[in-house]
Design a protein around this ligand. Structure first.
Ligand code: MF3
Ligand code: CO
Length: 257
C-alpha cells in the first residue's frame, strides 16, 4: 500500500530533508584530493548529532557507515574507509539519509574531485538532468511509469545504461516504503500518483553496460565492466502545486544539485 502524507507530515519530512541537504552541501565543499571517505562519514555523523538527527543508513541491515561513498566504477553503497583517499579526476557519489522525529529524508549526488575528464563531466550532467526530468513527472494523475520511463529515456538517449538491481522507493516513517521506483519502465503504466505520496527517486547510471556485481565486502556494488557510474537522488512529494523536493530549501530554483 502506498501511504499518502498530510501537509503536517510533509513539513516534518522537509525538516529531515533539509538536514540531508545541508550535510551533503557541506560534504561537497569538503571534497578534494587526499580526503578520505571516512572523513566524510565522520562529518556526516557530527552533523547529525548537531542537528538532532539519526543517520538512517548506519546499522541498516548491518551497513557500517552513515553515508555511502562510491567512487568511479562503484555504483552505490561504497563503505567509507580511512584508507580510501580521493584522487584528482575521481568522481564521488555521496548518498545520505536521516531520521528526524520519526520521518526520513534521503538524497544523493555525484561530484568531481578536482578536475575531471570531459566524459565524466558529461556523465554527471546527464545523470543530474535525468533526475530533473523524472522529478518533473511527479504530479497528481501521472503514473509511476511516467517517472521511470523519463529516467530510462534520457539515460539511453545519451548512450548510457540504467542499473536494474537497485531502485528508488516510497519514503516516510520508514526509509523504504511502497512503491518501488525502478529506473526503467513504460509511460502510462503503473499506479497513479496522488497528492501526499513521497518518492525517493534515484537514477543510477552506468557509462557502459548496465550489469553490476557486489564486492567481497557484500555492500559495494560496482559496474561489471569497470565503467563509470553516477547517482543522483532527491526525496520528492506529490502536491497539487507540482513536485516538492523535500531534500532542498523550498525557495531553491535551478539545477536540483
Ligand atoms: N539511498 C539508498 C537507499 O535508499 C541508501 C541505502 S544505503 C543502506 O536504498 F546502507 F542504508 F542500505
Ligand atoms: Co534512497
Amino acid at each position: 500500500m502506498v501511504i499518502c502524507k498530510s501537509p503536517a507530515e510533509l513539513e516534518k519530512m522537509h525538516r529531515a530533508g533539509l538536514i540531508v541537504w545541508g550535510a551533503l552541501e557541506k560534504m561537497r565543499e569538503m571534497v578534494r584530493p587526499g580526503l578520505s571517505t571516512k572523513e566524510l562519514d565522520q562529518f556526516a555523523e557530527k552533523y547529525c548529532a548537531e542537528h538532532k538527527a539519526r543517520p538512517a543508513f548506519k546499522g541498516y541491515r548491518g551497513y557500517p557507515g552513515s553515508v555511502c561513498t562510491s567512487i568511479n566504477k562503484e555504483v552505490v553503497h561504497g563503505i567509507p574507509s580511512p584508507s580510501r583517499k580521493l584522487r584528482e579526476g575521481d568522481i564521488l557519489s555521496m548518498d545520505f539519509g536521516v531520521e528526524v522525529e520519526g520521518y526520513y529524508g534521503d538524497a544523493a549526488l555525484t561530484v568531481p574531485v578536482g578536475k575531471i575528464a570531459p566524459e565524466r563531466e558529461k556523465l554527471l550532467r546527464v545523470t543530474r538532468e535525468t533526475l530533473e526530468r523524472a522529478i518533473d513527472k511527479v504530479r497528481p494523475g501521472n503514473r509511476l511509469g511516467d517517472v521511470s520511463s523519463a529516467v530510462q529515456e534520457w539515460v539511453e538517449k545519451n548512450g548510457y545504461s540504467v542499473v536494474r538491481e537497485f531502485v528508488g522507493h516510497g519514503i516516510g516513517t520508514k526509509m523504504h516504503e511502497e512503491p518501488q521506483v525502478p529506473n526503467y519502465g513504460s509511460a502510462g503504466h503503473g499506479p497513479r500518483l496522488q497528492e501526499g505520496m513521497v518518492l525517493a527517486i534515484e537514477p543510477m547510471v552506468n557509462s557502459g553496460s548496465p550489469e553490476v556485481r557486489l564486492l567481497d565486502d557484500e555492500w559495494t556494488a560496482v559496474t561489471a565492466d569497470g565503467s563509470d557510474s553516477a547517482h543522483f537522488e532527491h526525496t520528492v512529494a506529490v502536491t497539487n502545486n507540482g513536485p516538492w523536493i523535500l531534500t532542498r530549501p523550498r525557495e531553491a530554483t535551478g539545477p536540483v544539485w
